[in-house]
Design a protein around this ligand. Structure first.
Ligand code: NAP
Length: 279
């Protein structure tokens, strides 16, 4: 059985590839990447695949039995067509199964909703593709928060607009493990899983970071408008709105969802404290 993973040059794609290699052997895993050089370190066959390029995927999916489609990073409307390019090429090549990395979130209540909506549209496209399918709705990765630690330390605080909202963080490592099971085990076909850990507040996150890194961070909540202004001035309009929208969603409960991680993997998701320790 040959399994291909798209966006293999990215961090989630790489995690899925390394878990898959352990499960089915490196000769059966094919990485697809827009920038193949960035995926060569994985030590497997790499094929070119830009989501905007239909021909790339017509070639890249030749001889593949199952494909893992990592959601793209573009304007919501563009992503829908990009994902369709992969789904159509999979059909054309006789791929039998598609697994998609979607996202947890509200479809219409916050500034992140346009992205969530585009993921939901791809979920529909996958379900009507005629292929066997499995959909994972990913929780927020914890790693970017921890990579931001130096900034938090400089400022002495974690500051965003999540208030007392709870977020079910996961990690790319946990997701790599789950997607491998979802790809190779047939019992998951036709299922949509929330791939998330335990729900925690930003204050709990600060506590766990303090325990592990021996720091003294506090959590301070600000209004959505103040946070949006701060994020867009640092990250630009698109990413600033995405980030502020994510924390707005957390505040309103969009990320406090029940976990299906055990159904997907046969074991419990690691605790949030364990995720911080492992980082
Ligand atoms: N759950 C979360 O917390 C969270 C957070 C951030 C993002 N996400 C979503 O999860 C996805 C994977 O996350 P990640 O951590 O792996 O991100 P990452 O490390 O930044 O990697 C992004 C990947 O997307 C690829 N890519 C971008 N545009 C592409 C295109 N037109 N065609 C093909 N590949 C393209 C990049 O390829 P190049 O190497 O060529 O640039 C790279 O491999 C993201 O794309 C995004 O949809 C989720």
């Amino acid at each position: 059985m040959k399994i291909a993973v798209t966006s293999a040059s990215g961090k989630l794609g790489a995690s899925i590839v390394s878990h898959l290699i352990k499960e089915i052997g490196k000769e059966n895993v094919i990485g697809i990447a827009r920038t193949p050089e960035r995926a060569e370190h994985l030590g497997i066959e790499i094929r070119r695949g830009d989501y905007n390029n239909v021909q790339d995927f017509d070639l890249a999916l030749n001889g593949i039995d199952a494909v893992l489609l990592v959601s793209g990073m573009d304007d919501p409307q563009k992503r829908i067509q990009q994902h369709r390019n992969v789904i159509n090429a999979a059909k054309k090549n006789g791929v039998t199964k598609i697994v998609y990395t979607s996202i947890v979130g509200d479809e219409n209540k916050n500034a992140f909703s346009p992205i969530v909506q585009s993921n939901r549209q791809t979920e529909e496209d996958i379900k009507s593709s005629g292929l066997a399918w499995v959909i994972g709705r990913n929780g927020i990765y914890i790693e970017p928060d921890l990579e931001y630690l130096e900034t938090y330390l400089k400022e002495g605080e974690i500051r965003n607009c999540a208030g007392k909202g709870k977020c079910t963080y996961t990690s790319r490592e946990e997701l790599g493990f789950a997607y491998t099971k979802m790809l190779v085990e047939e019992k998951h076909n036709g299922k949509t899983y929330n791939l998330v850990g335990e729900p925690i507040t930003q204050s709990q996150l600060a506590d766990y970071i303090n325990q592990v890194f021996k720091t003294n961070l506090v959590y301070n909540s600000v209004t959505f408008d103040a946070y949006l202004e701060e994020r867009t001035s640092e990250l630009g309009e698109f990413m600033g709105t995405v980030i502020a929208g994510i924390y707005e969603g957390i505040k309103n409960g969009a990320n406090d969802v029940p976990s299906d991680f055990e159904k997907a993997t046969g074991r419990l998701h690691k605790s949030a404290l364990e995720l911080v320790r492992e980082f």
